[in-house]
Write a protein that binds this ligand. Structure first.
Ligand code: DAT
Ligand code: MG
Length: 149
């Protein structure tokens, strides 16, 4: 089953949005298979955003992600990688429609509330970076038969 890496960023935690955000993934019908509330070591933030290393915003982005705790999660379900990106919305919250997490709660690109993997392969890399195998738990929801045909 497909899995994706989701992180509620420091601004989402500070603004009291943890419950709402988790609720959106839960009520959509996805399964939570891993979750931890944590301070992010600088080295982990730099690895996670390694693809943006040469961008001018890289230093500020790493400062931001390490500035206050985050909620790191793994969610599972059919098409979860793409669907999570749809639930999250556009990178810049100001151009993200209402109903999306960033569209509902954010204003600027540097404070966009949440991260979600952008492809299946990226998700696998990010899950392995943030979680050990023992921190993930596979399970079947009792609602499975009412979510999937
Ligand atoms: P996304 O998080 O939608 O996958 P991304 O991978 O292009 O977006 O960028 C990673 C994060 O970096 C993004 O969530 C916010 C920050 N970021 C991207 N572009 C930026 C910019 N032009 N100025 C400031 N921060 C930016
Ligand atoms: Mg990205």
């Amino acid at each position: 089953m497909e899995r994706t890496f989701i992180m509620i960023k420091p601004d989402g935690v500070q603004r009291g949005l943890i419950g709402d955000i988790i609720s959106r993934f839960e009520t959509k019908g996805f399964n939570l298979v891993g979750m931890k509330f944590m301070a992010v070591p600088r080295e982990l933030a730099e690895k996670h955003y390694g693809v943006h290393k040469e961008r001018p915003f890289f230093g500020g982005l790493v400062d931001f992600i390490t500035s206050s705790p985050v909620v790191a999660m793994v969610w599972e379900g059919e098409g979860v990688v793409g669907s999570a990106r749809t639930l999250i919305g556009a990178t810049n919250p100001i151009s993200s429609p209402p109903g999306t997490i960033r569209g509902d709660y954010g204003v600027t690109i540097g404070r966009n509330i949440i991260h979600g993997s952008d492809a299946i392969e990226t998700a696998q890399t990010e899950i392995a970076l943030w979680f050990s195998e023992g921190e993930l738990a596979s399970w079947e929801s009792c609602a499975q038969g009412w979510i999937y045909e």
